[in-house]
Design a protein around this ligand. Sequence first.
Ligand code: P6P
Length: 333
Amino acid sequence: MSRDVLTLSRHVLQQFESFTAEAQDFSALLNRIALAGKMIARRLGQSGLIEDALGITGSINVQGEEQKQMDDYANRAFIRALEQTGLVCRLVSEEMKTPARLPENCSLSRLALLIDPLDGSSNIDANLTVGSIFSVLRPLENRPEADNQDLLQPGRNQLAAGYILYGPSTQLVYSIGKGVHSFTLDPSLGEFILSQSPIRTPERGSVYSLNEGYFCQWNEGIQNFVRYVHRRDGYTSRYSGALVADFHRILLQGGVYLYPGTQKKPEGKLRLMYEAAPLAFLAEQAGGVATTGTESILDIVPQSLHQRVPLIIGSRENVMEVLNCLQGSPSPH
Ligand code: P6P
């Protein structure tokens, strides 16, 4: 029997189990995020062929990093996909110091979208996998809008989170808190079609994913975990340089991804509100865990929109092995 063609917008409505205005707004919002993803996927597919799609813009982004042409394009794609919809007001982005208002006079009480528009963009010039990460928050009514304090809330408050993975196929993975669901873009239809639902992360996996080039900068606990996996059969290393790709593998197959802090940068590299928190939301929805090493990612109350945080995320048993090493008691095996 052929599989039903279930589109993203219909799946979102089904998730709400009713066609309320909120359900329709969410369906429309996920559709506009998907539109941004289609625009970015199309541009990535042409990047070796058209002028100024590769390389750098010459400016430095809010992260203090060289902005890639595609970083700028991806950020503008999300703005263009959302600016006239009235679905969200503030767009928080890794590429912008302050949130964009969509449109300028929008009501700050409307939903906010937080994005890493193109994660892993250093992979682009080598034609490797990259992704976009998104998170949806409702502003807190009891917090001032000034300085976006009404957005500084723990990841457990997210209304939705997900990512778009630009790989051999383009996939959109999302959750509104009712499990994790994956869609594959059918270019001939221009639609994201349901491909895996629900996604459950194995209790244990064989993959560990971290950049061992930083070994000397890590604390003793992380170094002990690396020594442990080197001695132990059953672990294999995979690290692509794109968080979304490395996380997607672990979400499906199990294992653990780490981007630890170092003595010099205890907070690590990854951003809490639009990288770690949305992926932590998905990880927990799929049965996995996400921690800084001392606290759950989803419990952290952010102090700023672009706050960095160490990240250890993946299968419950693999993350526990990391925590055992951090707490000084080498894993039992
Ligand atoms: P490093 C990409 O810049 C990113 O934010 C993640 O996608 C990726 O996992 C990590 O940084 C790679 O950082 O320091 O290993 O090159």
